[in-house]
Write a protein that binds this ligand. Structure first.
Ligand code: SIN
Length: 479
């Protein structure tokens, strides 16, 4: 049973062939995933002048060396193969006039190494192909419009799920293995580039059954979401636009990143996001200027252009108002390299999981990559287990259901998002974290999101030094 229809869930399900898989998703067609919204692409050392070692060094530098080095080595070595696999599935990555893969450059990368498709519609292009593969796969049974909110345990192993359909009807299903591929927690913050469903539902479910978590205080903030007043889920303005030469400015047109980092606008995301956050605190706005890019640039960025135009901004003639926004969760359910959690029968993959590959801050365009590679790796592991008839079920034992619990009422949910944004956003300090944790502890009985936020705030409070995306304004020394 795979819960979640993003790239990691689809890759897992496909690799399980020929063993039967049920794929359960919240949206009818899996279109509500963060994978679909990914713009940048897939990072891989594909250029003859590039190497997996150089990719690994950039991944480690962005991750503040908090990464698991063996996972990083594996990911970067396998990355070119992941791109070839996607091509074999039917993904048409963009090519230059000479027919070579057109590699983009993003923050934290020393060289251009991001394979993209449809310009800035990489996630949508990858997902369209994988969804088609899944629909055609005889071993996969897709079930959309369902919400998995309860796990079935026998003794201490997960052996099934309970879910609710869109009419509120409950259904139970046994499974020899349950894979959580439910995505991240960005939607718990007041400003996010994630879809509304990225609310930590799978992480909360895993924690409820006692699975260990790791690094949950590490949340990446993207520097450039389109700043739409009063909106929660904001369109992303891809970093690749800065890779193509756009730059950040304050209200007076001064470069925001000048003199702050050798890579300036392409410095690692946490550094750039903090400058955008500061500009908002100082003057209520920050801007991205793409007006001096080569004429015709917009044909490479159709998603950005459409999002801006839809909100009355023409980025060819006007500066783009941008905001920092929660973007990616490096922490999650602690898993080994194959995706095993600490609970038998329960696996996790993609953003809900933490195998240590991203460290304290994910390198741009390593997330679809992780979803493809770790999903396929987990699918192969589970297929082998099926072939060997390995089961977590005991012959006898007590069954029990463990539920995630009720969700917060919507007014309190809005308050929680604002609280997390201010206390656990791009800058944190002890007093803010403590006050927010107290508020969340009070709300915890009213909804699982407050309980999950409380866990995050406690973890952030106990990491007293700055590291990667976890920036403590009250600690001068980076750890
Ligand atoms: C972006 O296109 O800026 C985001 C890519 C990523 O999150 O890796």
């Amino acid at each position: 049973m795979v819960v979640g229809g993003g790239v990691a869930g689809l890759a897992t399900a496909l690799a399980l062939a020929p063993w039967p898989v049920r794929l359960l998703c919240r949206a009818h067609d899996g279109s509500d995933t963060a994978s679909v919204l990914a713009q940048g692409g897939i990072a891989a050392a594909l250029d003859s002048a590039d190497t997996p070692v150089a990719h690994a060094l950039d991944t480690l530098a962005a991750g503040a060396q908090h990464n698991d080095p063996a996972m990083v080595r594996w990911l970067c070595q396998q990355a070119p193969e992941a791109v070839r696999w996607l091509q074999a599935q039917g993904v048409a990555f963009d090519r230059d006039a000479a027919g070579r893969l057109d590699l983009g450059r993003e923050g934290g990368h020393q060289v251009a190494r991001v394979a993209h498709a449809g310009g800035d519609a990489s996630g949508a292009a990858v997902m369209a192909v994988l969804r088609q593969r899944v629909q055609r796969a005889a071993h996969i049974q897709w079930r959309g419009d369902v919400e998995v909110d309860t796990l079935l345990l026998r003794d201490s192993a997960v052996v099934g799920v309970r879910f609710r359909d869109s009419c509120g009807r409950e259904q139970e299903m046994g499974a020899s293995a349950v894979v959580l591929a439910t995505g991240g927690i960005g939607a718990l913050f007041a400003r996010t580039s994630n879809p509304p469903g990225a609310d930590g539902n799978g992480l909360a479910l895993g924690l409820r059954v006692g699975a260990r978590a790791r690094d949950i205080e590490f949340v990446q903030f993207h520097p450039t979401a389109l700043d739409i007043a009063g909106s929660h889920c904001l369109p992303l303005i891809t970093e690749a636009l800065r890779g193509a030469g756009a730059h950040l400015q304050d209200g007076a047109g001064r470069r925001l990143m000048a003199g702050l980092h050798p890579q300036q606008d392409l410095a690692p995301r946490d550094i750039v996001a903090r400058q955008v956050w500061h500009a908002h605190r100082r003057e209520g706005a920050a801007w991205l200027d793409a007006r001096e890019l080569k004429p015709g640039w917009e044909s490479h960025f159709p998603t950005v252009l459409a999002a801006c135009l839809a909100h009355g901004i023409d980025p060819r003639t006007q500066r783009i108002p941008v905001s920092a926004a929660s973007h990616f969760h490096m922490g999650g359910l602690s898993v080994d390299a194959d995706g095993r959690t600490s609970v038998a029968g329960l696996y996790a993959v993609g953003e809900v999981a933490c195998n240590g590959v991203h460290g304290a801050n994910r390198l741009a365009s390593n997330s679809l990559l992780e979803g493809v590679l770790c999903g396929r790796r987990l699918g192969v592991l589970l297929a082998d287990m099926c072939a060997q008839n390995v089961s977590h079920k005991t012959a006898s034992g007590r069954y029990r259901w463990v539920a995630r619990g009720i969700g917060l009422p919507s007014a309190l949910m809005a308050e929680l998002r604002t609280t997390l944004w201010h206390a656990a956003g791009p800058e944190r300090d002890a007093a803010g974290l403590r006050q927010a944790a107290q508020a969340c502890a009070q709300w915890a009985g009213q909804g699982w999101q407050a309980w999950l936020a409380h866990e995050l705030l406690l973890a952030a409070g106990s990491r007293t030094h700055s590291l990667g995306s976890h920036h403590r304004a009250d600690s001068a020394v980076a750890g």
